[in-house]
Design a protein around this ligand. Structure first.
Ligand code: ZN
Length: 406
């Protein structure tokens, strides 16, 4: 028997194994709550192209690619290059839009609790290819990468469980999502203080699933209202009605801005198709039940680049804008941004929540956009403590506006 071929095979295998040992296989995972990653292609030693999955609507339009959240294993001490690709999409039916851009700084974490933004030295932008290139060296074997620090349905459930028996909060299910998740309406007030002039404020977050910053802000709002002695007095005078997570299915699936049936939960408020938009149906029923008693409605959203307040040009909105500028990291110098009658001219079924609530019920309803990029009033980009602080600042601003002495 000729031993040579098997000997050569053995040597060959040993070389392959030695290479494998020197450079452990790096793997990518997104099969967890909120996880999302498109196709991954290895193009070099420690270099991958990672497509951002993105999401289109029911009509295969309005693709937006602004959510990725994945785990890498086995990359410790290797200098990694990741090219984020497939970023182009549409916004409001206009092709060529892309949320991820030169100033985008993804976040990384080793424990999913402490997140930091990649630095300017760790990120570059390929304008021609519309791709964001990340260069970083993980210090540990497991690392998570995301567009912004994730806030998931399980985080909300944990928060609500922690305040389960709090005397100032009640929780009501106002319906179920297409995937069977409960949609919550929280009522935060002192039920023993019943005065004629008690104000009613509605707050909403996360109609768009990628906008995790608004959930961190909402957590700040809820904790502040329930934990602080200062807020306790407020709850004698104001009832806060809160819809904390507008699209829990989308958040759980790692979606971007559409529900299970491809509908934007912040559009179609003037033309609700109950079977396909159970979220909007439930939210609208809950809010409009109180129409006539609502002093202020604010829905929280995230953008890449700008803080602004959009809504009807009323004193309550003007004062809220001013108080936010004075009290918080909210950065805007334009006053109230006027609200177009509809987002897409001439087409019914495209009204946002604030447009429809104002047009149909004359509720002073505002959309507050909060950016995820650099904030000049802060050392950098907002992280969870900054979002929570912004939430506390919003409550203080609302109180200042609604309870001011005439
Ligand atoms: Zn949004």
């Amino acid at each position: 028997m000729n031993m040579l071929p098997s000997l050569l095979l053995l040597i060959g295998l040993t070389i392959v194994q030695a290479v494998a040992l020197a450079q452990p296989a790096v793997t990518f995972h997104a099969d967890f709550e909120g996880g999302s990653l498109g196709e991954v292609t290895r193009v070099g030693e420690s270099h991958w192209r990672c497509a951002v999955k993105g999401e289109s609507d029911w009509d295969n339009r309005n693709r937006q690619a602004s959510w990725y959240y994945f785990r890498m294993q086995g990359a410790k001490d290797q200098t990694i290059t990741l090219e984020l690709t497939k970023l182009l999409g549409e916004y409001n039916f206009k092709p060529g839009a892309h949320a991820i851009r030169a100033g985008t700084r993804p976040v990384i974490s080793y424990d999913r609790t402490d997140w930091r933004h990649l630095t300017d030295d760790e990120v570059s932008w390929n304008e021609k290819a519309t791709e964001l290139i990340l260069n970083f060296t993980p210090e540990r074997d497991t690392i998570w990468v995301a567009h912004l620090p994730p806030y998931l349905p399980s985080d909300l459930e944990n928060l609500l469980a922690a305040y389960q028996d709090h005397p100032l909060m009640t929780k009501k299910s106002i319906g179920k999502t297409p995937q069977g998740r409960k949609m919550w309406q929280l009522t935060v007030t002192n039920p023993e203080a019943q005065t004629e002039d008690k104000k009613e404020v509605w707050l909403m977050a996360r109609q768009h699933s990628w906008e995790a910053g608004t959930s961190w802000a909402m957590e700040g709002i809820i904790r502040y209202l329930l934990d602080s002695a200062q807020a306790k007095g407020l709850l004698d005078k104001i009832t806060f009605q809160i819809i904390p997570m507008g699209d829990p299915d989308g958040v759980a699936r790692g979606g971007v801005r559409f529900n299970e049936f491809g509908h934007d939960v912040n559009r179609n408020w003037d033309l609700v198709i109950a079977e396909e938009m159970p979220e909007i149906q439930a939210h609208k029923a809950a809010v409009t039940q109180q129409a006539g008693q609502i002093d202020l409605f604010v829905t929280l959203h995230n953008t890449e680049l700008a803080d602004y307040l959009q809504g009807p040009d009323l004193p309550v909105g003007q004062k809220l804008w001013q108080a936010m500028v004075d009290n918080t990291s909210f950065e805007s110098n334009e006053g109230i941004r006027p609200m177009p009658h509809t987002t897409t001219a001439g087409k019914k079924g495209r009204m946002t929540v604030n447009q429809a609530l104002w047009a149909e019920y004359q509720i002073p309803a505002y959309l507050m956009e909060l950016k995820i990029q650099h904030v000049k009033k802060l050392p950098g980009r907002r992280l969870p403590p900054d979002w929570r602080e912004l939430g506390r600042g919003l409550v203080k601003s609302i109180a200042e506006v609604l309870l001011e002495k005439p």
